[in-house]
Design a protein around this ligand. Structure first.
Ligand SMILES: Cc1cc2nc3c(=O)[nH]c(=O)nc-3n(C[C@H](O)[C@H](O)[C@H](O)COP(=O)(O)OP(=O)(O)OC[C@H]3O[C@@H](n4cnc5c(N)ncnc54)[C@H](O)[C@@H]3O)c2cc1C
Length: 291
């Protein structure tokens, strides 16, 4: 395999002048740092130029054809709407691309932080794990993962395992700190994130990503760390209140998603809500399955 290209001098006196991200066209972006979070997880930091940063801002127009979960695409976006976004990364040798979700708010931070898992036989993961600081990576984006108006819900329950927590970390990172918004309903956010097996690193905790969000959001965020997805822990996160203003976002691999709520359809359609969430009386009005 050819050696990855090195970044040209990208830091200039008046700020960072990298290429502009485009949802449809690839451009090369420098990796400013890589941090090993576990033998299988690396954190890549990719600085954004001012123009790229703008494309993550709440006012940026959504890419053409973007679908949102519970709100139709709207060129005049509701200021209360939060859009979680991902980028596509390509493996230039094989001409394949895979989506990755920043675990931070790139518009706020001026950089993307991506946690990449290396899976057996996985090409893009392997390529990204071999990258070093100051090397380039081909990116396009951002693209909408989902979009919500949190104020429309009394309770937002997020259920994930592994890197499936990334869209929820981004959502939580984009919320203002607990104390700064007096109108925000306390206790709205509930994250059920499976604890990895004892021999695996709980990188969401050890990296400080989750503890920092917990500290920022205080009692606005309740975090549950069960070892298995069980009805009891889901029930606890759902609470006992009225279900009419509840949203459950699920980002799990198929073997965990199936018993919880049923799989996405072959064309990524939502499909009926079955399993534990179906038994608890939830349906497609309440549940949104993420790929
Ligand atoms: C919207 C979206 C956002 C995503 N965000 C992230 C992210 O932030 N971080 C991240 O690491 N991944 C993320 N993924 C998954 C990522 O896009 C790739 O699928 C994953 O990195 C594997 O790609 P690969 O080319 O390395 O392996 P592939 O060549 O695609 O797969 C190799 C083998 O590994 C299996 N495999 C794929 N993923 C996993 C897994 N998670 N665990 C175990 N086996 C697996 C495949 O079924 C296949 O058999 C996201 C996926 C989507 C749809």
């Amino acid at each position: 395999m050819a050696r990855p290209p090195l970044a040209p001098l990208l830091k200039v006196d008046d700020g960072f002048r990298g290429p502009k991200l485009d949802p449809y066209v690839y451009s090369d972006h420098v990796i400013s740092s890589t941090t090993t979070l576990s033998p299988d997880h690396v954190l890549l930091t990719i600085p954004l130029s001012a123009a790229s940063r703008e494309s993550f801002s709440p006012n940026a127009p959504l890419p053409l054809g973007s679908t949102t979960s519970h709100t139709p695409q709207n060129p005049e976006r509701d200021p209360a709407e939060i859009t979680v976004q991902h980028v596509m990364i390509k493996q230039p040798d094989l001409q394949i691309e895979r989506p990755y979700t920043p675990v931070n708010d790139p518009g706020l931070d001026g950089e993307m932080r991506l946690v990449v898992k290396r899976v057996r036989g996985g090409e893009v993961g392997r390529m990204l794990h071999s990258r070093h600081a100051n090397e380039l990576v081909g990116l396009r984006g951002p693209l909408t993962t989902f979009s919500i108006i949190p104020e429309a819900y009394d309770r937002i329950v997020m259920i994930s395992s592994g890197t499936g927590v990334a869209p929820f970390l981004q959502l939580l990172a984009s919320l203002p700190p607990q104390s700064s918004d007096p109108t925000r309903k306390a206790g709205r956010y509930h994250l059920v994130h499976l604890k990895p097996d004892s021999e695996q690193v709980d990188w969401a905790a050890t990296s400080g990503l989750l503890p920092r969000l917990q500290e920022k959001l205080s009692y606005d965020l309740s975090t549950y760390r069960p070892e298995k997805i069980q009805k009891s822990s889901i029930q606890k996160a759902l609470g006992s209140s009225d279900r009419s203003h509840i949203l459950v976002l699920v980002c799990l691999p198929p073997h965990l998603m199936r018993p919880l709520c049923g799989l996405l359809g072959p064309n990524l359609e939502q499909g009926p809500i079955t399993g534990i969430l179906g038994e608890l009386g939830l349906d497609n009005r309440h549940v949104w399955k993420l790929e």
